[in-house]
Design a binder for this molecule. Sequence first.
Ligand code: ATP
Length: 218
Amino acid sequence: MSLTIRNLAFRYGGRQILDDFSFDMAAGEQSLLIGASGSGKSTLVNLICGLLSPDAGTISIAGESMTGIGPSQRDDLRRRRIGLVFQTLKLVSALDLTANLRLAQRLSGHATEAERVPMLIERLGLAHRAHAHPRQLSQGEAQRAAIARALIGRPDLIIADEPTSALDHANMEKVAALLRECAAEVGASLLIVTHDDRLRDHVASVRHIRALSAEAAA
Ligand SMILES: Nc1ncnc2c1ncn2[C@@H]1O[C@H](COP(=O)(O)OP(=O)(O)OP(=O)(O)O)[C@@H](O)[C@H]1O
């Protein structure tokens, strides 16, 4: 299993966002979790990544527990096992694309594979932007750079949080295809978390984020 979630519960103050939520992904599986705005998708992503800690329940990534450990161990597990693709590009603005990918690679513990940086830049059609700074990238280039950054550390699990909601139909299809191909190429599982209904036809297994809790859905 690349991801196992059991009986997760989380509340913000008095408000229950997740309640007895369980979810599994096998190694190499590609899944879409669809939930309406405010249903708790970002909260769930932050819990899986260890940026938040649940009130109850367990999460494990490729057999390693993300719960019941301290923040620095969670950071370490996230860097080694998870590749995150966010809506907005999370790159260091002072560094060019190549230097950003090298930094991300060092953080993931795979710094010895130097050739992987130009390989991914090429694979994602960014060779002409290898020395561009993040602010110089177009929206489409930035999106592909975000995918390259997520793949650099050989993650077991790639999580894409709303990767397509700002895109027109043609670009939505391109990004979905790229995510799926790249995840398959590196043997990672792919979890896309979104409210973008158009992705239903583009990802193998589609599951609704059920009313994460009656209160959050209300
Ligand atoms: N830091 C916070 N403190 C209190 N409530 C919060 C906090 N962050 C989110 N919430 C609330 O928790 C609920 C779930 O938020 P979350 O961001 O996980 O939803 P989402 O499904 O990702 O929504 P969207 O698709 O609009 O981004 C929302 O009602 C939100 O207002």
